[in-house]
Design a binder for this molecule. Structure first.
Ligand code: FAD
Length: 411
């Protein structure tokens, strides 16, 4: 019997968070037997530009004797904490094109808010109920916290910040993961009956683009039996996990069955829980925003952020800041971008008055486009920015706001 991969999925304002989509990409590469792949193979689309790892594992097992050494991993269960209802149905529809074979909603009367130990306890029970092969979570605050508790509860090792993973044998996994805030890629081997992995929130492919999807070549099992070499595939233009096949056709999405799971929780599991979420009221989160307007020391003080807020509002984005700004108390820490702040991956990062220190760039390196506004043409951020405006942000930002308003922008 195939053992499914469980993937913790976070839903942000009704949408699957980008960080969770990356986690799903890695989880999907582990879940080698997924029905959509089988459909694909049957439809003969595999020859139309898809990697061989995109075939169902059942087909691989027949075609590739080396895969007999691999554990029977198959099926991808998205684990979402929340009750059934319309929003869950919408999430199921969104997950249909992500290779997910089951949406498991975890809900109980006690689980009314985020509670890290309780979430871990629930996943521990799901591992047993589903005989899961692996648990994958985004390396967000919650994903990392829940998997740390899960590791402690189960005694299993946790591998953090992965960008690719493959099952290479019984209780054996090969991983590629970020170290040192993403400045180093490490290839590692994990020995564990159940792999617990977090996926780097800012995982990027070799070409610098956001990591979608991760494919593991089926023919990459080394002669020495060391197992496949994880290979990172580039994302498709639409950002979908399933790449459109050549000719413009897209892979048909199968219906995702929705199940519910009520964990057995003790009072101690709920001792730590979030009862209030500050500053989130209705707004979008920094981690998932499509546009981030960044402000650094060059903004000059707390008052200077009004113009950045206005610009962010016009662009449909949010404000992010450097550590100098939070250290000075100009803005709260939850807005900090960087190694010790939030990892962002927006379409556009407009960095204003930010020098581009390595610790800051560690948090924004997977932004699709970086535009810098800085008075210093030699600031380090210039080498990372696609475009730059060399000038005083006190002049540039109001001019931008005025231009957007004149062009009929929001607001
Ligand atoms: C362990 C560790 C972890 C860290 N983690 C983080 C982190 O998570 N995030 C983070 O951001 N930093 C982090 N840092 C700090 C980091 O090293 C830098 O000190 C910080 O990012 C610098 O912030 P800044 O760019 O705002 O300030 P500065 O480096 O002082 O740069 C200010 C920039 O503004 C420009 N400027 C000035 N006036 C104007 C103007 N009027 N118009 C336009 N441009 C102007 C200047 O030319 C300059 O380039 C960390 C450091 C350490 C040691």
């Amino acid at each position: 019997m195939s053992k499914p991969v469980l993937c913790l999925v976070e839903v942000d304002h009704g949408e699957i968070a980008a960080t969770s989509q990356r986690a799903l990409a890695v989880a999907r590469s582990l879940a080698r037997a997924d029905p959509a792949r089988a459909d694909l193979a049957r439809a003969g689309l595999a020859s139309a530009g898809l990697a061989s790892a995109d075939l169902a594992s059942a087909d691989l097992a027949r075609a590739d004797p080396a895969s007999a050494r691999l554990p029977a991993v198959g099926g991808l269960t998205a684990v979402v904490f929340g009750p059934p209802g319309d929003s869950a149905d919408r999430t199921a529809a969104d997950l249909a094109c992500q290779g997910v074979t089951e949406l498991c909603l975890v809900a109980s009367d006690e689980l009314t808010c985020y509670a890290p130990v309780a979430w871990a306890r629930a996943i521990e029970q799901l591992i047993a109920a589903r005989s899961a092969a692996a648990v994958v979570a985004p390396a967000t605050d919650r994903g990392a916290e829940v998997l740390a508790h899960l590791g402690a509860l189960t005694g299993l090792p946790v591998a953090a910040n992965c960008v690719a993973a493959a099952a290479t044998g019984d209780q054996n996994w090969r991983l590629r993961r970020h170290r040192w805030a993403g400045s180093l890629l490490e290839d590692a081997v994990l020995a564990a009956p159940v792999a617990l992995l977090t996926v780097a929130a800012d995982a990027v492919a070799d070409d610098g683009s956001a990591l979608l999807p991760v494919a593991v070549a089926d023919d990459a099992v080394a002669d020495d039996g060391a197992g496949p070499e994880p290979a990172i595939a580039a994302p498709d233009a639409s950002g979908q996990v399933f790449a459109p096949v050549s000719g413009g056709a897209t892979i048909p999405a199968a219906d995702v069955p929705v199940t519910t799971f009520a964990p057995a929780l003790q009072a101690a599991d709920l001792r730590v829980r979030a009862t209030q979420s500050a500053g989130q009221g209705g707004g979008m989160s920094l981690a998932t925003a499509r546009v981030v307007v960044g402000g650094g020391r060059g903004v000059g003080g707390p008052d200077g952020f009004a113009a950045l807020e206005e610009l962010a509002g016009l662009l449909g984005g949010v404000v992010g800041v450097s550590r100098v700004v939070t250290s000075q108390g100009w803005r709260p820490h939850r807005q900090q971008v960087g190694q010790t702040g939030t990892k962002i991956s927006p379409e556009l990062y407009l960095a204003c008055g930010i020098s581009g220190a390595i610790q800051h760039m560690a948090g924004c390196q997977s932004a699709k486009h970086i535009v810098a506004v800085n008075t210093d043409p030699d600031a380090p951020i210039m080498s990372r920015a696609e475009y730059a405006v060399i000038g005083d942000l006190n002049e540039v930002i109001p001019a931008l706001v005025a231009a957007i308003r004149a062009a009929g922008g929001q607001g």
